[in-house]
Design a protein around this ligand. Sequence first.
Ligand code: MN
Ligand code: MN
Length: 432
Amino acid sequence: MVSDIDKFYRKAPQNPRSQSPNSITKTDRNPTDAKIDPYGTGIRPEPYRNGNGASILGPRNLDREKQDPDMIRPPSTDSGHLPNLKWSFADSHMKIEEGGWARETTVRELPTSVELAGVNMRLDEGAIRELHWHKEAEWAFVLEGVTRVTCIDAEGGNFSDDVHKGGLWYFPAGVPHSLQGLGPGGTEFLLIFDDGNFSEEETFLLSDLFAHIPKSVIAKNFRLTPEIFDRIPKGEKYIFQGSVPSTIELEQPSRGGIKPSRYQFTHNMTGQKPLEASGGQVRITDSTNFPISKTVAAAHVIIDPGCLRELHWHPSADEWAYFIKGRARITVFAASGTSRTFNYVAGDVGIVPKGMSHYVENLSEDEPVEFLEIFRSAKFEDFSLEQWLAETPDRLVKEHLFAGDKYNGKKFLDALKAGKDPIKAPVRDSKL
Ligand code: MN
Ligand code: MN
Protein backbone atom coordinates (compact mmCIF):
# COMPACT_ATOMS: atom_id res chain seq x y z
CA MET A 1 0.00 0.00 0.00
CA VAL A 2 1.30 3.45 -0.91
CA SER A 3 0.85 5.91 1.94
CA ASP A 4 -0.16 9.53 1.34
CA ILE A 5 3.26 10.76 2.27
CA ASP A 6 4.91 8.36 -0.18
CA LYS A 7 2.63 9.68 -2.93
CA PHE A 8 3.55 13.18 -1.85
CA TYR A 9 7.27 12.44 -2.01
CA ARG A 10 6.92 10.91 -5.47
CA LYS A 11 5.38 14.16 -6.67
CA ALA A 12 7.78 16.35 -4.71
CA PRO A 13 10.62 18.10 -6.54
CA GLN A 14 14.01 16.40 -6.54
CA ASN A 15 15.47 19.00 -4.22
CA PRO A 16 14.28 17.97 -0.76
CA ARG A 17 14.97 21.48 0.53
CA SER A 18 12.07 22.92 -1.38
CA GLN A 19 8.94 23.21 0.68
CA SER A 20 5.56 21.82 -0.21
CA PRO A 21 1.99 22.83 0.68
CA ASN A 22 2.13 20.07 3.30
CA SER A 23 5.28 21.35 4.98
CA ILE A 24 5.23 22.87 8.43
CA THR A 25 6.13 26.54 7.89
CA LYS A 26 7.07 29.65 9.81
CA THR A 27 3.39 30.58 10.15
CA ASP A 28 2.50 27.24 11.77
CA ARG A 29 1.21 27.52 15.34
CA ASN A 30 0.90 24.60 17.73
CA PRO A 31 0.69 26.15 21.22
CA THR A 32 -0.37 22.86 22.93
CA ASP A 33 2.34 20.80 21.18
CA ALA A 34 -0.26 18.42 19.76
CA LYS A 35 1.19 15.37 17.98
CA ILE A 36 1.84 15.33 14.26
CA ASP A 37 1.96 12.14 12.21
CA PRO A 38 3.92 12.66 8.95
CA TYR A 39 3.27 9.09 7.73
CA GLY A 40 -0.46 9.16 8.38
CA THR A 41 -1.22 12.71 7.24
CA GLY A 42 1.45 13.58 4.69
CA ILE A 43 2.59 16.53 6.81
CA ARG A 44 6.29 17.16 6.25
CA PRO A 45 8.07 17.98 9.50
CA GLU A 46 10.32 21.06 9.44
CA PRO A 47 12.17 22.83 12.28
CA TYR A 48 9.63 25.61 12.73
CA ARG A 49 7.75 26.10 15.99
CA ASN A 50 5.28 28.87 16.82
CA GLY A 51 7.03 31.44 14.64
CA ASN A 52 10.59 30.41 15.49
CA GLY A 53 12.99 28.25 13.48
CA ALA A 54 14.18 28.16 9.89
CA SER A 55 14.28 25.75 6.99
CA ILE A 56 16.97 23.09 6.54
CA LEU A 57 19.48 24.10 3.86
CA GLY A 58 22.05 21.33 4.22
CA PRO A 59 21.84 17.61 3.59
CA ARG A 60 18.98 15.81 5.24
CA ASN A 61 17.64 12.29 5.72
CA LEU A 62 13.95 12.72 4.98
CA ASP A 63 13.03 9.12 5.76
CA ARG A 64 14.45 9.49 9.26
CA GLU A 65 12.84 12.89 9.75
CA LYS A 66 9.41 11.51 8.76
CA GLN A 67 9.86 8.94 11.53
CA ASP A 68 11.00 11.53 14.08
CA PRO A 69 8.60 14.51 13.91
CA ASP A 70 9.26 15.33 17.60
CA MET A 71 13.03 15.23 17.09
CA ILE A 72 13.12 17.70 14.20
CA ARG A 73 10.43 19.87 15.85
CA PRO A 74 10.43 19.11 19.58
CA PRO A 75 7.50 20.14 21.78
CA SER A 76 8.10 23.56 23.37
CA THR A 77 8.07 21.77 26.76
CA ASP A 78 11.25 19.80 25.96
CA SER A 79 14.20 21.19 27.88
CA GLY A 80 17.73 20.32 29.03
CA HIS A 81 19.84 17.32 28.13
CA LEU A 82 18.98 13.64 28.23
CA PRO A 83 21.10 10.81 26.84
CA ASN A 84 19.81 9.03 23.74
CA LEU A 85 16.83 6.77 24.56
CA LYS A 86 16.18 5.29 21.12
CA TRP A 87 17.68 2.67 18.86
CA SER A 88 16.30 0.86 15.85
CA PHE A 89 17.12 -2.75 15.09
CA ALA A 90 17.45 -1.45 11.50
CA ASP A 91 20.77 0.08 12.69
CA SER A 92 22.05 -3.13 14.30
CA HIS A 93 24.62 -5.36 12.58
CA MET A 94 22.97 -8.42 11.02
CA LYS A 95 24.71 -11.74 11.75
CA ILE A 96 23.67 -13.92 8.79
CA GLU A 97 23.87 -17.67 9.33
CA GLU A 98 22.71 -20.87 7.61
CA GLY A 99 18.89 -20.73 7.80
CA GLY A 100 18.62 -17.64 9.97
CA TRP A 101 20.00 -14.43 11.38
CA ALA A 102 20.38 -12.41 14.56
CA ARG A 103 20.82 -8.70 15.36
CA GLU A 104 21.21 -7.20 18.80
CA THR A 105 20.56 -4.03 20.78
CA THR A 106 22.84 -3.95 23.83
CA VAL A 107 24.68 -1.30 25.82
CA ARG A 108 27.14 -1.13 22.88
CA GLU A 109 24.44 0.04 20.44
CA LEU A 110 22.37 2.03 22.97
CA PRO A 111 24.41 3.18 26.01
CA THR A 112 21.25 3.63 28.13
CA SER A 113 20.36 -0.06 27.64
CA VAL A 114 22.21 -1.01 30.83
CA GLU A 115 19.76 -3.34 32.56
CA LEU A 116 18.61 -5.43 29.60
CA ALA A 117 19.95 -6.43 26.18
CA GLY A 118 17.74 -7.49 23.26
CA VAL A 119 18.31 -9.80 20.30
CA ASN A 120 15.97 -10.10 17.31
CA MET A 121 16.38 -13.58 15.78
CA ARG A 122 14.95 -15.47 12.80
CA LEU A 123 15.04 -19.24 12.33
CA ASP A 124 13.71 -20.69 9.08
CA GLU A 125 11.74 -23.93 9.04
CA GLY A 126 13.98 -26.53 10.71
CA ALA A 127 16.83 -24.09 11.43
CA ILE A 128 18.36 -24.52 14.89
CA ARG A 129 19.86 -22.05 17.37
CA GLU A 130 22.29 -24.61 18.69
CA LEU A 131 22.33 -26.16 22.18
CA HIS A 132 23.91 -23.53 24.44
CA TRP A 133 23.75 -21.65 27.72
CA HIS A 134 24.82 -18.26 29.09
CA LYS A 135 25.47 -16.42 32.33
CA GLU A 136 22.32 -14.29 31.90
CA ALA A 137 18.66 -15.30 32.11
CA GLU A 138 16.81 -15.34 28.76
CA TRP A 139 13.22 -14.13 28.23
CA ALA A 140 11.62 -14.25 24.78
CA PHE A 141 8.49 -13.15 22.94
CA VAL A 142 7.53 -14.92 19.69
CA LEU A 143 6.81 -12.35 16.94
CA GLU A 144 5.88 -14.80 14.16
CA GLY A 145 5.56 -18.54 13.60
CA VAL A 146 6.25 -21.35 16.07
CA THR A 147 9.46 -22.02 18.02
CA ARG A 148 10.35 -25.45 19.48
CA VAL A 149 12.29 -24.97 22.71
CA THR A 150 14.15 -27.59 24.77
CA CYS A 151 16.01 -27.35 28.09
CA ILE A 152 16.82 -29.16 31.30
CA ASP A 153 16.40 -27.67 34.76
CA ALA A 154 18.97 -27.64 37.58
CA GLU A 155 17.39 -30.81 39.06
CA GLY A 156 17.87 -32.69 35.78
CA GLY A 157 14.23 -32.54 34.66
CA ASN A 158 13.71 -32.21 30.90
CA PHE A 159 11.37 -29.79 29.14
CA SER A 160 10.20 -29.17 25.55
CA ASP A 161 7.40 -27.00 24.23
CA ASP A 162 6.19 -25.34 21.04
CA VAL A 163 5.78 -21.58 21.56
CA HIS A 164 3.37 -19.82 19.20
CA LYS A 165 3.14 -16.15 18.18
CA GLY A 166 2.49 -14.06 21.29
CA GLY A 167 4.00 -16.70 23.59
CA LEU A 168 7.00 -16.44 25.93
CA TRP A 169 9.79 -18.56 27.29
CA TYR A 170 12.16 -17.89 30.19
CA PHE A 171 15.38 -19.76 30.92
CA PRO A 172 17.13 -18.89 34.21
CA ALA A 173 20.86 -18.13 34.03
CA GLY A 174 22.96 -21.14 33.05
CA VAL A 175 20.04 -23.37 31.96
CA PRO A 176 21.14 -25.17 28.75
CA HIS A 177 18.62 -24.87 25.93
CA SER A 178 17.95 -24.90 22.17
CA LEU A 179 15.55 -23.14 19.81
CA GLN A 180 14.24 -24.35 16.46
CA GLY A 181 11.96 -22.91 13.79
CA LEU A 182 8.94 -25.09 12.95
CA GLY A 183 6.89 -25.16 9.78
CA PRO A 184 5.57 -23.54 7.79
CA GLY A 185 7.98 -20.67 7.31
CA GLY A 186 9.91 -20.92 10.57
CA THR A 187 9.85 -18.32 13.31
CA GLU A 188 11.08 -14.92 14.50
CA PHE A 189 11.31 -13.72 18.10
CA LEU A 190 12.69 -11.06 20.45
CA LEU A 191 15.15 -12.33 23.07
CA ILE A 192 15.79 -10.32 26.25
CA PHE A 193 18.77 -10.89 28.57
CA ASP A 194 18.94 -9.48 32.11
CA ASP A 195 22.23 -7.62 31.56
CA GLY A 196 22.78 -4.83 29.01
CA ASN A 197 26.35 -6.08 28.46
CA PHE A 198 25.16 -9.44 27.12
CA SER A 199 26.21 -10.39 23.60
CA GLU A 200 24.61 -13.19 21.60
CA GLU A 201 28.09 -13.83 20.15
CA GLU A 202 29.52 -14.77 23.56
CA THR A 203 27.36 -17.71 24.61
CA PHE A 204 28.55 -21.20 25.60
CA LEU A 205 27.91 -23.41 22.56
CA LEU A 206 27.84 -27.21 22.45
CA SER A 207 29.93 -27.39 19.25
CA ASP A 208 32.44 -24.83 20.56
CA LEU A 209 32.82 -26.80 23.82
CA PHE A 210 33.48 -30.10 22.00
CA ALA A 211 36.04 -28.37 19.76
CA HIS A 212 38.02 -26.93 22.68
CA ILE A 213 38.39 -29.82 25.13
CA PRO A 214 41.07 -32.51 24.54
CA LYS A 215 39.61 -35.42 22.54
CA SER A 216 40.98 -37.87 25.13
CA VAL A 217 38.97 -36.12 27.84
CA ILE A 218 35.80 -35.94 25.73
CA ALA A 219 36.20 -39.69 25.04
CA LYS A 220 36.70 -40.51 28.71
CA ASN A 221 33.70 -38.35 29.66
CA PHE A 222 31.40 -40.39 27.40
CA ARG A 223 33.12 -43.77 28.08
CA LEU A 224 34.19 -44.08 24.41
CA THR A 225 37.38 -44.17 22.36
CA PRO A 226 38.68 -40.84 20.91
CA GLU A 227 38.23 -41.77 17.20
CA ILE A 228 34.44 -41.61 17.68
CA PHE A 229 34.92 -37.82 17.72
CA ASP A 230 37.17 -37.54 14.64
CA ARG A 231 34.55 -35.78 12.53
CA ILE A 232 32.76 -33.50 14.99
CA PRO A 233 32.56 -29.76 14.09
CA LYS A 234 35.88 -27.87 14.37
CA GLY A 235 34.20 -24.74 15.68
CA GLU A 236 30.85 -23.21 16.58
CA LYS A 237 27.67 -23.79 14.57
CA TYR A 238 25.52 -21.11 16.29
CA ILE A 239 22.59 -21.15 13.81
CA PHE A 240 22.39 -23.95 11.24
CA GLN A 241 19.85 -25.69 9.03
CA GLY A 242 18.40 -28.79 10.70
CA SER A 243 15.57 -31.12 9.74
CA VAL A 244 11.99 -30.30 10.74
CA PRO A 245 11.19 -32.28 13.90
CA SER A 246 8.08 -34.35 14.56
CA THR A 247 5.78 -33.80 17.56
CA ILE A 248 7.28 -33.30 21.03
CA GLU A 249 6.01 -36.76 22.11
CA LEU A 250 7.74 -38.52 19.16
CA GLU A 251 10.97 -36.53 19.66
CA GLN A 252 11.53 -37.55 23.29
CA PRO A 253 15.04 -38.82 24.18
CA SER A 254 15.25 -42.58 23.47
CA ARG A 255 16.89 -43.82 26.71
CA GLY A 256 15.32 -44.67 30.04
CA GLY A 257 15.58 -42.61 33.21
CA ILE A 258 14.28 -39.37 31.70
CA LYS A 259 12.18 -37.34 34.13
CA PRO A 260 10.02 -34.39 33.13
CA SER A 261 10.76 -30.99 34.69
CA ARG A 262 8.58 -29.74 37.53
CA TYR A 263 8.86 -26.23 36.08
CA GLN A 264 6.95 -24.41 33.34
CA PHE A 265 9.41 -22.48 31.12
CA THR A 266 6.83 -21.19 28.60
CA HIS A 267 3.71 -19.02 28.79
CA ASN A 268 1.01 -17.79 26.39
CA MET A 269 1.22 -14.03 27.02
CA THR A 270 -1.25 -12.76 24.41
CA GLY A 271 -3.61 -15.60 25.39
CA GLN A 272 -4.10 -13.88 28.78
CA LYS A 273 -7.37 -12.09 29.41
CA PRO A 274 -6.47 -8.40 28.96
CA LEU A 275 -7.03 -5.56 31.33
CA GLU A 276 -9.47 -3.45 29.29
CA ALA A 277 -8.69 0.26 29.40
CA SER A 278 -10.79 3.01 27.79
CA GLY A 279 -8.14 3.40 25.05
CA GLY A 280 -6.67 -0.08 24.62
CA GLN A 281 -5.58 -3.33 26.27
CA VAL A 282 -2.81 -4.39 28.67
CA ARG A 283 -1.56 -7.89 29.47
CA ILE A 284 0.95 -8.16 32.30
CA THR A 285 3.20 -11.19 32.70
CA ASP A 286 5.61 -11.42 35.63
CA SER A 287 6.56 -13.86 38.38
CA THR A 288 3.00 -13.75 39.81
CA ASN A 289 1.47 -15.50 36.77
CA PHE A 290 4.66 -16.95 35.19
CA PRO A 291 6.60 -18.02 38.32
CA ILE A 292 9.87 -19.07 36.61
CA SER A 293 10.36 -15.50 35.27
CA LYS A 294 12.08 -14.17 38.40
CA THR A 295 14.21 -11.47 36.73
CA VAL A 296 12.04 -10.23 33.82
CA ALA A 297 8.55 -8.68 33.98
CA ALA A 298 6.63 -7.35 30.99
CA ALA A 299 3.45 -5.72 29.77
CA HIS A 300 2.02 -6.25 26.28
CA VAL A 301 0.21 -3.04 25.40
CA ILE A 302 -2.18 -2.11 22.58
CA ILE A 303 -2.96 1.61 22.28
CA ASP A 304 -5.98 2.35 20.09
CA PRO A 305 -5.66 5.06 17.38
CA GLY A 306 -5.21 8.52 18.89
CA CYS A 307 -5.13 7.17 22.47
CA LEU A 308 -2.60 7.62 25.27
CA ARG A 309 -0.76 5.21 27.57
CA GLU A 310 -1.18 7.47 30.59
CA LEU A 311 1.49 9.48 32.43
CA HIS A 312 3.20 7.07 34.82
CA TRP A 313 6.58 5.86 36.08
CA HIS A 314 8.16 2.60 37.15
CA PRO A 315 9.68 2.41 40.64
CA SER A 316 11.80 -0.74 40.39
CA ALA A 317 13.55 -0.84 37.00
CA ASP A 318 14.28 0.90 33.70
CA GLU A 319 11.72 0.27 30.96
CA TRP A 320 13.00 -1.42 27.78
CA ALA A 321 10.24 -0.80 25.24
CA TYR A 322 10.02 -2.74 21.97
CA PHE A 323 7.65 -1.53 19.27
CA ILE A 324 5.82 -4.19 17.25
CA LYS A 325 3.30 -2.05 15.33
CA GLY A 326 2.39 1.59 14.73
CA ARG A 327 3.91 5.00 15.43
CA ALA A 328 4.28 6.58 18.84
CA ARG A 329 5.82 9.41 20.81
CA ILE A 330 7.18 9.31 24.35
CA THR A 331 8.25 12.28 26.45
CA VAL A 332 10.57 11.36 29.32
CA PHE A 333 10.56 13.77 32.28
CA ALA A 334 13.88 13.48 34.11
CA ALA A 335 13.35 16.01 36.98
CA SER A 336 15.36 19.28 37.28
CA GLY A 337 13.33 20.86 34.48
CA THR A 338 14.57 18.29 31.97
CA SER A 339 12.46 16.42 29.45
CA ARG A 340 12.87 15.13 25.92
CA THR A 341 10.52 13.62 23.36
CA PHE A 342 11.31 10.63 21.13
CA ASN A 343 9.35 8.89 18.35
CA TYR A 344 9.19 5.15 17.72
CA VAL A 345 8.06 2.87 14.90
CA ALA A 346 7.93 -0.93 14.55
CA GLY A 347 11.34 -2.47 15.24
CA ASP A 348 12.52 0.39 17.48
CA VAL A 349 13.72 0.12 21.07
CA GLY A 350 13.05 2.80 23.69
CA ILE A 351 14.58 3.19 27.14
CA VAL A 352 12.89 4.98 30.04
CA PRO A 353 15.16 5.11 33.09
CA LYS A 354 13.71 4.04 36.46
CA GLY A 355 11.52 6.65 38.16
CA MET A 356 11.24 8.98 35.15
CA SER A 357 7.67 9.96 34.28
CA HIS A 358 6.50 9.26 30.72
CA TYR A 359 3.52 8.64 28.44
CA VAL A 360 3.17 6.77 25.16
CA GLU A 361 0.90 8.52 22.64
CA ASN A 362 -0.34 6.84 19.47
CA LEU A 363 0.54 9.27 16.64
CA SER A 364 -1.91 7.65 14.25
CA GLU A 365 -5.67 8.18 14.02
CA ASP A 366 -6.06 4.94 12.04
CA GLU A 367 -3.68 2.29 13.36
CA PRO A 368 -3.08 0.84 16.82
CA VAL A 369 0.31 0.88 18.52
CA GLU A 370 1.42 -2.53 19.82
CA PHE A 371 4.48 -2.66 22.08
CA LEU A 372 6.13 -4.43 24.99
CA GLU A 373 7.27 -2.76 28.21
CA ILE A 374 10.03 -5.00 29.61
CA PHE A 375 11.79 -4.72 32.98
CA ARG A 376 14.60 -6.42 34.88
CA SER A 377 12.31 -7.13 37.81
CA ALA A 378 10.28 -9.95 39.38
CA LYS A 379 7.15 -7.80 39.28
CA PHE A 380 5.60 -5.27 36.92
CA GLU A 381 5.01 -2.02 38.84
CA ASP A 382 3.93 1.45 37.80
CA PHE A 383 2.58 4.56 39.49
CA SER A 384 -0.23 6.40 37.71
CA LEU A 385 -0.11 10.20 37.93
CA GLU A 386 -3.90 10.42 37.86
CA GLN A 387 -4.42 7.73 40.50
CA TRP A 388 -1.92 9.46 42.80
CA LEU A 389 -3.65 12.84 42.50
CA ALA A 390 -7.11 11.26 42.82
CA GLU A 391 -6.04 9.67 46.12
CA THR A 392 -4.50 12.88 47.49
CA PRO A 393 -6.64 15.39 49.49
CA ASP A 394 -8.44 17.76 47.09
CA ARG A 395 -7.26 20.92 48.88
CA LEU A 396 -3.64 19.83 48.58
CA VAL A 397 -3.93 19.16 44.83
CA LYS A 398 -5.84 22.42 44.21
CA GLU A 399 -3.31 24.57 46.06
CA HIS A 400 -0.43 23.09 44.00
CA LEU A 401 -1.89 23.52 40.54
CA PHE A 402 -4.87 25.90 40.67
CA ALA A 403 -4.11 28.31 43.54
CA GLY A 404 -5.54 31.36 41.78
CA ASP A 405 -8.01 29.60 39.51
CA LYS A 406 -11.02 28.27 41.40
CA TYR A 407 -13.11 27.63 38.27
CA ASN A 408 -10.62 25.39 36.47
CA GLY A 409 -9.45 23.87 39.76
CA LYS A 410 -12.97 22.56 40.38
CA LYS A 411 -13.19 21.20 36.83
CA PHE A 412 -9.90 19.37 37.32
CA LEU A 413 -10.86 17.86 40.67
CA ASP A 414 -14.29 16.81 39.36
CA ALA A 415 -12.65 14.97 36.44
CA LEU A 416 -10.09 13.01 38.53
CA LYS A 417 -10.80 9.28 38.74
CA ALA A 418 -9.35 7.03 41.43
CA GLY A 419 -9.47 3.77 39.48
CA LYS A 420 -6.60 2.97 37.14
CA ASP A 421 -7.19 3.50 33.41
CA PRO A 422 -3.71 2.86 31.98
CA ILE A 423 -4.65 3.78 28.40
CA LYS A 424 -6.92 6.76 27.92
CA ALA A 425 -9.27 7.53 25.08
CA PRO A 426 -9.22 11.23 24.15
CA VAL A 427 -12.13 13.52 24.89
CA ARG A 428 -13.32 13.88 21.31
CA ASP A 429 -14.86 17.35 21.58
CA SER A 430 -12.02 19.13 23.32
CA LYS A 431 -9.65 21.41 21.44
CA LEU A 432 -6.27 19.71 21.70
MN1 MN B 1 20.00 -18.52 24.70
MN1 MN C 1 6.14 2.78 31.09
